[in-house]
Ligand binder design. Structure first.
Ligand SMILES: Nc1ncnc2c1ncn2[C@@H]1O[C@H](COP(=O)(O)OP(=O)(O)OP(=O)(O)O)[C@@H](O)[C@H]1O
Length: 301
């Protein structure tokens, strides 16, 4: 089977809005999922991630806005070429694992043989080579999750929309899935995945979209967001660092012994503070790169 990726197509989410009754679950949400990039989609419970993904996949109607693929309004065939792992999952508990993957592959236009070969290879990759004939329900939840991901990857999708693909997976399973997704992104496939595991998102994603109450609070590459994040510094001198509390233009975030984490509230304060620190025996003055968790907390405040 040929790989259906072009490596240059992006998903554009443009001002998507969805209401449920009186409440607006997704409110003019815009972002791009670039080819060859893993884009993490984060936000608290009820932020609107699943609703947005459902609109991208066309399983939920769009009230306003548009989704574009390769610069054009997305169509049925485009969506059929995507791999989607829905929140509600979609496989049959009582059917053998391999059989249903073959069936799904055939639904997506694969021959039985191709579907069988690809499904077997994916399941082996996920250490499920010995479970091909087992019913899905006899597998542990984490292993069922692996099968769900295999189902989304089976037909060499042109893009991947994965709703919490890592939830419930042990670290080894996360690593093998990450390896697989990285291979697909290297082929140019855009990947959008939601997750509540910020440490994992930090390690994995090239770009990030932060959602809160149905609106985008921050979006960009991890580096861009880090550069925009809080500019904090660690400053260490001889003696107690409490003196920084009286320093004009300095917000003291934390003091521990002779070391403090500070933020400058005025640019002019920087030079003045470093000079004062030199007089007190400066040992360290270094910028602190914010973690994704810090960026996230700041963005959703
Ligand atoms: N079918 C529906 N009918 C009514 N309200 C809905 C429906 N689907 C979602 N909502 C509401 O839309 C909002 C966004 O929900 P959504 O599931 O998209 O959030 P989420 O970010 O995926 O949350 P979580 O991380 O908890 O899965 C919530 O307030 C939710 O209650």
């Amino acid at each position: 089977m040929t790989t259906a990726t072009s490596g240059t197509k992006r998903i554009e989410v443009d001002s998507l809005t969805r209401r449920f009754g009186q409440s607006t679950a997704v409110d003019a949400v815009s972002f791009t999922v670039e080819p060859g990039r893993m884009t993490g989609f984060v936000g608290g419970n009820g932020a609107g991630k699943t609703t947005t993904m459902r609109m991208i996949m066309g399983v939920l109607g769009i009230h306003e806005g548009e989704v574009r693929w390769d610069g054009r309004p997305i169509g049925l065939r485009d969506r059929a070429s995507f791999g989607y792992m829905p929140e509600e999952r979609g496989l049959y508990p009582k059917q053998p694992v391999l059989d249903q993957l073959i069936y799904l592959g055939q639904l997506r236009g694969m021959t039985r043989k191709d579907a069988s070969n690809e499904a077997t290879a994916l399941l082996e990759r996920f250490d499920l080579g010995g479970r091909l004939k087992d019913k899905l329900e006899s597998l542990s939840l984490g292993n069922q999750q692996r099968v769900q991901v295999a189902a989304a990857l089976l037909h060499r999708p042109t893009a991947l929309i994965l709703d919490e693909p890592f939830s419930g997976l042990d670290p080894a399973a996360v690593d093998s899935m990450v390896g697989l997704l990285r291979e697909r992104t290297r082929d140019g496939v855009p990947v959008l995945f939601s997750s509540h595991q910020l440490d994992l998102v930090d390690r994995l994603c090239d770009s990030l979209v932060v959602l809160a109450h149905g609106t985008v609070r921050a979006a960009g590459t991890s580096d861009e967001l880090r550069a925009r994040g809080p500019r904090r510094h660690r400053l260490t001198t001889d003696g107690d660092a409490g003196w920084l509390r009286g320093q004009p233009g300095v917000d003291v975030i934390d003091v521990a012994g002779n070391s403090a984490v500070i933020e400058f509230t005025a640019d002019s304060a920087r030079e003045q503070t470093v000079r004062a620190a030199v007089d007190r025996g400066l040992r360290e003055f270094s910028p602190i790169v914010p973690t994704l968790s810090e960026i996230f907390r700041e963005a959703v405040q």
